[in-house]
Design a protein around this ligand. Structure first.
Ligand SMILES: [Zn+2]
Length: 304
């Protein structure tokens, strides 16, 4: 579709026909301007301006929209032309909507007790635009806010009603790489050779996992390694259903496995359905290749 496409010109002409027509008629603020709403607003924004408290308080000007919000039924009060405009855009494939910006003008301060009324018009519809989100039309509505006959402010609100851009297909995701550093390099070298190496303290002979630069029990920085025999049990586990992460297809079971040597490690429990994993289930170490450079230790459930 080109921007000079005749059909788009026709659509744009029809959309322009809605300019100046009402989007809300004879709206009324749900509450008069009031001190509690002003206080909440100021607390949330951390605004300590003394003009907003005390007997002569005014409302923060930017609260203009707060006094005219429709609450949880946002369609209340929408005039037919605005509904038609949105429907026309829906039919043209512009089924998504995003608020882009608003502009306000303040003609006089609002004070507690003021009762606001408002009317909105469809002020403008842009030519067709292509953005990162997709292609569509910016629709600007202008709301005139009054107290009695006096115009106290205007609020322009702009949305982009658009056809979502197609996202290019992503190449298959690869599992995240382990972060290998000076303290754990020996472990990953072991994995490469299909060995699960545990550190053993040179002083107290305590085994530890994950790898650390020194012994958490006695502080000794010297160590050697022992090969885990590969037997273990599920000490605890979770089944991940959501959220999905790239390269991981839920649901799957993640186990905290207690090795026969007594240390525990986190890894996937494989070889049994995710909903058959149980605490105490015997598991056996195996090494799985995920791609041309990644091998990981996982634990296969051993069912009776
Ligand atoms: Zn030690």
């Amino acid at each position: 579709m080109g921007d000079d496409d005749g059909l788009d010109d026709d659509l744009h002409a029809r959309l322009k026909g809605y300019e100046g027509r009402p989007s809300t008629v004879a709206g009324a603020g749900r509450d008069p301007v009031n001190a509690p709403m002003i206080r909440h607003w100021c607390e949330v924004l951390g605004d300590t301006n003394p003009a907003y408290t005390g007997p002569g308080a005014t409302a923060p000007p930017t609260m203009l929209q707060a006094w005219i919000m429709a609450g949880l039924s946002p369609h209340t009060g929408r005039a037919r032309p605005y509904e038609e405009l949105l429907a026309l855009l829906d039919e043209a494939g512009c089924t998504s909507i995003v608020a882009t910006d608003c502009e306000q003008e303040y003609l006089r301060p609002l004070r507690p007790g003021d009762e606001v009324t408002y009317d909105s018009v469809i002020e403008s519809v842009s030519p067709r635009k292509t953005t990162k989100l997709g292609t569509g039309y910016f629709v600007t509505t202008r709301t005139d806010v009054r107290v009695g006959p006096d115009l106290v402010g205007t609020h322009r609100f702009r949305v982009l009603k658009y056809a979502p851009a197609r996202r290019p297909a992503k190449p298959p995701e690869r599992r995240p790489r382990p972060v290998v550093n000076r303290d754990n390099a020996g472990f990953w070298e072991g994995v490469r050779d299909h060995r699960l190496l545990l550190q053993r303290c040179a002083d107290c002979a305590g085994l530890r996992f994950p790898w650390l630069p020194g012994c958490a029990d006695c502080g000794c920085p010297d160590w050697d390694t022992v090969d885990a025999c590969g037997e273990g049990t599920v000490f605890s586990y979770v089944v991940l259903h959501h959220p999905p992460f790239p390269a991981f297809e839920p649901p799957y079971a993640i186990g905290l496995v207690e090795l026969a040597e007594g240390v525990r490690m986190v890894s996937n429990v494989v070889g049994v359905p995710y909903d058959k994993v149980r605490i105490g289930m015997p598991v056996r170490l195996e090494f799985r290749r995920y791609d041309d450079e990644l091998v990981l230790p996982v634990f296969k459930g051993v069912t009776a």
